[in-house]
Write a protein that binds this ligand. Structure first.
Ligand code: PLP
Length: 466
């Protein structure tokens, strides 16, 4: 499989190249040259397969030419062997129509483990064949950082520098990053916001001199391999609930549009997806974009769902690429205008192409708390605030009663226990596998929120490109 950039001018790469590059050199995102499609029979044949075997079946076409089945299976077995539930992503029935897909059984309690455990394995496999050393620089509002660190800690040919906004991630999130003492892990608390951290990372990637000295790579969801790993659980769950004969809807708590884009990919591959519900909090750029075509940045409001507090949804570009008939040069122009004006109006004919599949909803703090209480009182489930945004959107969507609606439970409630306690009165316990997280020593450096300070820190510690 070849990968092309959404902005039409970066060279096409194979799966290995796209995984190691992260972002395309023209500023675009890599997508497969075409969507592989499964027949009804091929989907039906996934019935009864384990998670790992489903993963091999679903990802095989995307890695073709770079990984054989046996290698892919070995990597998946290692990655998903670290999950605490045998089914990896089990589903729970809430009522006649609604289900939860639990994506938080990985090492750091959020769905990002599903992708980043595999990405760590892929990096190691690809680097072992080359004389190369990877320097990962990332910014996190909490979940990506801990999952990425867990995915690459201790790997010889990778260093990871993770920036988080000082004082603005939950205590569980911070400790999951700062108590990892592997020699290749560097945690940096910056005196600034998540947006500041992200801007610094972007500036380092765009700095030709700095970028030329190190082999930089990205672990945020602009990396195609992450999205690919997430396509798997849409198949795994839908098949369990009756696909390919019966269409299934999914409600996805959304920030950067990565998780829900993976659902879109599943649909393009032939999975009967009745609807994809894009659930946002009050930072609703995607809800506005999908309902009225108004894709314009506002300011970010801090909420109880920090992983969805975004200004721009990077992966939305991948959907726009398809909606624009895969005209990369045309999209490059639209994105350049967007980057200078911070606003874009999606043409009505382009938007029309999204209406059959996508619906969206904006859920505020009251809507979130109400559904957390409903879930607790009526279904005996304590859910995290992000999941609650998804479930509220699912319950409001008004889908026909015979369509099962699966809400993606993106984080374990203990990861956001203060917010859960405020809404439900219940303080969720950390799972036993977290061990003595609150007794362990923490290690991180605090730096000013400037590109120069971070660049100097990284340059002193990272391994230069060969
Ligand atoms: C990252 C995250 C999201 C948002 O996912 P996107 O792929 O960025 O849309 C939602 N919930 C939780 C708990 C997350 O960590």
């Amino acid at each position: 499989m070849r990968y092309v950039s959404t902005r039409g001018s970066a060279p096409a790469l194979d799966f290995e190249g796209a995984t190691l590059a992260g972002l395309a050199s023209d500023g675009g995102l890599y997508v497969p040259e075409s969507w592989p499609e499964f027949s009804k029979q091929e989907i039906a044949a996934m019935r009864g397969l384990s998670y790992v075997d489903t993963a091999v079946a679903v990802m095989r076409p995307f890695v073709a030419g770079c990984l054989d089945d046996a290698t892919l299976k070995r990597l998946c077995t290692t990655a998903y062997g670290r999950f605490s539930h045998d089914a990896v992503t089990p589903v729970i029935q809430l009522d006649q129509q609604h289900w939860l897909m639990e994506l938080f059984h990985g090492p750091t309690l959020a769905f990002k483990d599903v992708a980043l455990q595999l990405l760590g394995q892929l990096f190691e496999t690809f680097l072992s064949k080359r004389d190369a050393h990877l320097t990962i620089i990332g910014a996190t509002s909490g979940d990506t950082g801990s999952a990425a660190i867990d995915g690459v800690a201790g790997r010889a040919k990778i260093d990871i520098f993770m920036l988080h906004p000082a004082g603005r991630v939950s205590d569980v999130q911070r400790r999951q990053m700062t108590t990892v003492f592997a020699p290749n892990v560097y945690n940096i608390a910056i005196d600034g916001s998540f947006d500041d951290a992200q801007a610094i990372v972007k500036a380092l990637f765009n700095d030709r001199d700095f970028n030329g000295r190190f082999t930089l790579s990205a672990v945020n969801s602009i990396n195609w391999a992450r999205l690919m790993a997430q396509v798997v659980y849409y198949f795994y769950t839908a098949v369990r609930l009756g696909a390919p004969e019966r269409p299934v809807a999914f409600s996805v708590p959304t920030g950067n549009f990565g998780d829900v884009f993976a659902g879109y990919v599943a649909q393009r591959m032939g999975l009967p997806v009745a609807k994809l519900i894009v659930a946002t909090n009050v930072n609703d750029i995607l809800h506005r974009a999908l309902t009225t075509g108004d894709y314009s940045c506002g300011t970010v409001t801090a909420t109880a769902t920090p992983s969805m507090d975004i200004q721009v949804s990077s992966n939305f570009e991948r959907l726009l690429f398809d909606l624009a008939g895969r005209d990369g040069k045309g999209l490059a122009k639209m994105m350049a205008d967007f980057e200078s004006t911070r606003a874009m109006t999606i043409p009505a004919d382009m938007l029309a192409g999204s209406k059959d599949l996508f619906v969206s909803a904006r859920i505020d703090a009251d809507g979130m708390s109400d559904v957390m209480r409903w879930a607790h009182e009526r279904t005996d489930q304590v859910i995290d605030p992000h999941t609650a945004i998804g479930l509220a959107a699912a319950r409001n969507a008004g889908l026909p009663a015979d369509v099962p609606v699966v809400t993606l439970a993106t984080a374990h409630p203990a990861k956001f226990r203060d917010a859960v306690e405020r809404a439900t009165g219940v303080r969720p316990h950390l799972p036993a596998r977290m061990g003595n997280l609150f007794e362990r020593e923490e290690r991180y450096d605090t730096l000013p929120a400037t590109k120069e300070a971070i660049a100097a820190y990284v340059a002193e510690r990272a391994t230069p490109a060969a």
